[in-house]
Design a protein around this ligand. Structure first.
Ligand code: ADP
Ligand code: MG
Length: 692
């Protein structure tokens, strides 16, 4: 038995463990694992049980099975569409019966397995045309006679960890194994009395049972404890933030009926009931002498801007200024137009200015002066707003759009732009269910805008088989011929922005030369300097087909665009696909969203089918949560909260129990003097996350 020498402690980086070099530590960082502590605390999201090996003759379709045999052949095939690499192998069991195995987009298998290797594969066999069984994407383990040293999980329970390309659950399990002796040193953030009240096992026990359960119950108890701990830490952090905010004075902004009426009269449309409710919520908060801290959570196109504009009008009427910060310049400029359109008619003295980094120095200086002298009522801008030299004479309201795109520090800097504390309004177009909103944005009050302005047509959404890509192109051509415009989204390539740009550029060239030879086509991506100019030309109709990387995600408004074609759709989260879809269907014409996927697996198809079936962002988000267990496709921590905690949130009473316990500690021990471990964990969290 090899003796594993463990270096330093829990806070050591994972590459201190044997077998984890810098390459793997980078991959682990992508799933949120940086230290040995992280590795231990990140439990698998599920398990597969395969039982003892069976022979091919004993397989039945659909069963979960382990087959042991010899690799008779293995090779990589590149399918017609270049993105998909298929590794095919033939395994012969000891009776000589063959089993076909296929791995999609897993080219590293072929480096690990060679002809003649003895191997165990575990998965679900399907029968194929030739009467032979095939397993797709099975777990595999090379049996090199050394299994006594490395724990062999095939045949027993196989953990499923969140992965990125280049990692495997098997590998992670091995690393965890070598770190497991350190679990002893983990300190528990949950005080003993809380653990007792809620029947929670302690942290070391949970780590051991979670990574290497002997029974399902072991695993469930470990996960329940971990979920509780995570939510507890989060809620305690929120409780601190809420207390901090409530301790600061803000200037009340009194409600004035005449201002509300004038605002509505100048708007040009009727507010929806959901918008009215959100507006009332915000007005109520702003009248208080503590700062408003509210999140507007509304689907793309639900009209959040109008709610923010109502708040700006109210602030202005009481002599206070406002700022609105957006993540991109495109969006900031759109806001500038929108806020002006909503406000200038009824409030002629309400001046709106723009501040973005591409402006000339003299122009920026003029806007800064105007802000500092309280001449302008509203400054709309990007990150340029939080630079040192920007100051507002009388800031009463700070608004952040697409708030998840900003870090805690950036939001803090914006709030610090005036002399006192402004009221704060955040907006997000990522619709999330209410419980989750409470869990994730616990320091904020949430207004949900779950209603669309009248007359909006639903976007016809379809999953298109890659073999039928031409049909998608035909639709684009047809729409353009009818005078409309289209987006083509290139797959997001996580590895690097440079690669993403390169592939989008190549795709644009291909489309220009081979597909849409007669159309006006252009490209927009995150690194492009002329983003604004390209967007302007698209808005002006000078570009008919806009190829884009993920930059168009945020709320750009081009009512004439009627087709959203998304390549590599399986690589995006459901919420993000929904965001893309929200770019079309903003005009009178019927709009279309076409999802092209290179991943033929059932799981991928099922996820995409949800987007096609569900138009409501909130519903889609719930579904997204429900299937999160399919995990490996989704990627972890979409909301800064682990899937373990996410799953626990499905029990409605859990969160309120956790909140109560957190509040109880804050009341009895406000400085956390008796809760040092929890305090340290919160400090780490507040520093590291952008959740607040
Ligand atoms: P969000 O930011 O929530 O995605 P916007 O504020 O950009 O949505 O609004 C989307 C579009 O709908 C804009 O063109 C806006 O002027 C329009 N709009 C907003 N509210 C209403 C309403 N109540 N009735 C009609 N149109 C509306
Ligand atoms: Mg918006």
């Amino acid at each position: 038995m090899a003796i594993v020498v463990l270096p330093r402690g829990l806070d050591a980086p994972v590459d201190q463990l044997p077998e984890i070099g810098s390459k793997y530590s980078k991959l682990l960082a992508k799933v949120g694992v940086k230290t040995i502590r992280d590795l231990l605390l990140t439990l698998p999201f599920g398990w597969e049980t395969y039982g003892d090996p069976v022979t091919v003759a004993n397989l039945t379709p659909g069963m979960q099975a382990t087959v042991v045999g010899t690799v008779a052949s293995i090779h990589v095939k590149v399918t017609k569409y270049k993105k998909l690499r298929l590794t095919e192998a033939m395994i012969r069991d000891d009776d000589g019966a063959g089993l076909r195995v296929a791995w999609f987009n897993n080219p590293w298998v072929v480096k690990r397995l060679a002809r003649g290797d003895r191997v165990a594969v575990a998965g679900v066999p399907k029968s194929t045309y030739g009467g032979m069984f095939e397993m797709q994407n099975p777990h595999y383990e090379r049996l090199d006679g050394n299994e006594a040293v490395q724990p062999t999980r095939i045949g027993g329970m196989m953990p499923k960890y969140h992965l990125v390309e280049g990692l495997s659950s098997r590998r992670v399990a091995r690393w965890v194994e070598s770190a497991l002796p350190l679990a002893e040193q983990l300190e528990d953030i949950i005080p003993e009395d809380v653990r007792e009240r809620h029947h929670l096992i302690d942290v070391a026990d949970a780590v051991r049972r979670g990574h290497k359960p002997e029974t399902d119950r072991d695993f469930d108890e470990a996960r329940r404890r971990m979920a509780f701990a995570e939510l507890f830490e989060l809620q305690a952090a929120f409780a601190i933030m809420r207390a901090n905010i409530a301790a600061e004075p803000a200037t009340p902004i009194p409600y004035r009926q005449d201002v509300g009426d004038a605002f509505k009269a100048g708007l040009g449309f009727e507010l929806t009931e959901a918008q009215r409710k959100a507006t009332r919520d915000a007005f109520r908060d702003m009248q208080k002498a503590v700062p408003m801290n509210r999140l507007l959570n509304g689907d793309v196109g639900s009209g959040k801007t109008a709610v923010a504009a109502a708040c700006v009008a109210m602030a202005h009427a009481s002599g206070m200024q406002a700022v609105v910060m957006a993540p991109t310049e495109i969006l900031a400029r759109q806001h500038l137009r929108r806020f002006r359109a909503y406000l200038e008619h009824s409030f002629p003295d309400l001046t709106v200015e723009l501040l973005v980094s591409s402006q000339s120095a003299p122009e920026r200086r003029r806007v800064r002066m105007s802000a500092a002298s309280a001449h302008c009522a509203l400054v709309v801008g990007t990150h340029a707003l939080i630079e040192d030299d920007v100051e507002l004479a009388n800031l009463g309201l700070a608004v952040v759009d697409e708030q998840h795109r900003f870090g805690t520090r950036q939001r803090e800097l914006l709030r610090a732009k005036g002399r006192g504390r402004p009221h704060f309004l955040a907006m997000t177009a990522t619709p999330i269910p209410r419980t989750l909103a409470l869990a994730v944005y616990g320091e904020m009050a949430v207004s949900v805008i779950d209603q669309m302005p009248p007359g909006r047509k639903s976007v016809a959404t379809e999953v298109v088989d890659p073999d039928h890509r031409d049909r998608a192109y035909d639709l684009v051509r047809r729409e353009v011929a009818a005078g409309r415009q289209a987006f083509v989204i290139c797959p997001l390539i996580e590895k690097s922005e440079t690669l993403a740009v390169r592939s989008a550029t190549a795709e644009t060239e291909r489309l220009r030369q081979e597909v849409f030879t007669d159309l006006k086509l252009d490209l927009i991506h995150g690194k492009l300097k002329e983003k604004e100019e390209v967007m302007r030309r698209f808005v002006a109709g000078e570009i008919q087909v806009l190829v884009a990387t993920a930059v168009v995600e945020v709320g750009v408004d081009v009512p004439n665009a009627s087709v959203m074609m998304i390549e590599g759709a399986e690589r995006f989260g459901l919420a993000q696909l929904h965001q893309f879809r929200g770019r079309v269907g903003r005009g009178a014409a019927q709009s279309y969203c076409l999802l092209l996927s290179d991943d033929p697996s059932d799981a991928a198809r099922e996820r995409l089918a949800l987007v096609a079936r569900i138009q409501n962002g909130f519903e889609l988000a719930s579904e997204d949560m429900r299937i999160r267990g399919m995990g490996e496709l989704m990627g972890p921590r979409q909301h800064g909260i682990s899937d373990v905690a996410m799953e626990a949130l499905e029990q409605p009473e859990l969160l309120s129990e956790v909140r109560q316990e957190a509040e109880r500690i804050l009341e009895s021990d406000p400085s956390f003097a008796n809760h040092a471990v929890l305090k340290a964990a919160i400090a780490r969290r507040l520093e590291l996350t952008s959740i607040s």
